[in-house]
Design a protein around this ligand. Structure first.
Ligand SMILES: O=C(CO)[C@@H](O)[C@H](O)COP(=O)(O)O
Ligand SMILES: [Fe+2]
Length: 220
């Protein structure tokens, strides 16, 4: 199933709860929450208090993208804040298998994110353990950047790899996703689409519906 994950990083922060309600009512299946620590990425965004205060606004899947060094330190706190799915960066985990298992043992869905220049080969051993792989299509740290074209090939290669191994892993793409390039991403094999600027700049509900209309073209 094709799913939209609006990234609240691009939302109007003085009106955050309402923005989350708007995209949820418009049909977005996930809410994408970008946690940044100022160390793994240059920027600092928000953490547990913001996530837990938004939890009562929606029943949508809380998809937490941890752009944090050694994210294993925060799994139980992020879970308590209301996460359903936690995605950690392979580049930020010295003990990736341990962190993945920590998330699973917490009863949450687990994803691993790869920066644009990180090869798929880092997933060779861990792939069957994952619910989702997040292919970063920009360098993480900021919203509003341009999609890096070579990541399209990476999505295609990952989908083929999953098929070869009999895996139905979700492939999420994050960074520079718009209604103009989403069809190419679907064709390449991605099925979960993070969109920050393309949803929240302008009418968030209408933008959400525009994405979902495209998904309907594929799913009928
Ligand atoms: O993780 C990140 C950035 O590091 C993203 O989730 C961005 O928030 C996506 O924003 P747009 O590129 O869609 O504006
Ligand atoms: Fe993200």
């Amino acid at each position: 199933m094709l799913k939209l994950a609006p990234s609240i990083l691009a939302a109007d922060f003085k009106n955050l709860g309402q923005q989350v309600i708007d995209v949820s009512l418009a049909g977005a299946q996930y809410i994408h929450l970008d946690v940044m620590d100022g160390a793994f990425v240059p920027s600092i965004s928000f953490g547990m208090p913001v996530i837990s205060s938004l939890r009562s606004c929606t029943d949508r899947v809380f998809d937490v993208h941890m752009m944090v060094e050694d994210p294993g330190r925060y799994i139980s706190d992020i879970r308590a804040a209301g996460a359903d799915l936690i995605c950690v960066h392979a580049e930020a985990c010295t003990h990736l298998d341990r962190t993945v298992n920590q998330i699973k043992e917490a009863g949450l869905k687990v994803g691993v994110a790869l920066n644009p220049a990180t090869p798929l080969s880092v997933l060779d051993c861990i792939l069957p353990e994952l619910d989702m792989v997040l292919i970063m299509s920009v360098n993480p740290g900021f919203g509003g950047q341009k999609f890096i074209p070579y990541t399209l090939t990476k999505i295609r290669n990952l989908r083929n790899l999953c098929k070869e191994r009999g895996l139905d892993t979700d492939i999420q793409v994050d960074g520079g996703v718009t209604c103009d390039n989403v069809r190419e991403l679907i064709d390449a094999g991605a099925n979960v689409f993070v969109a920050g600027s393309a949803v929240f700049k302008g009418d968030a509900a209408a933008n959400t519906r525009d994405f979902l209309k495209i998904f309907e073209e594929y799913e009928g």
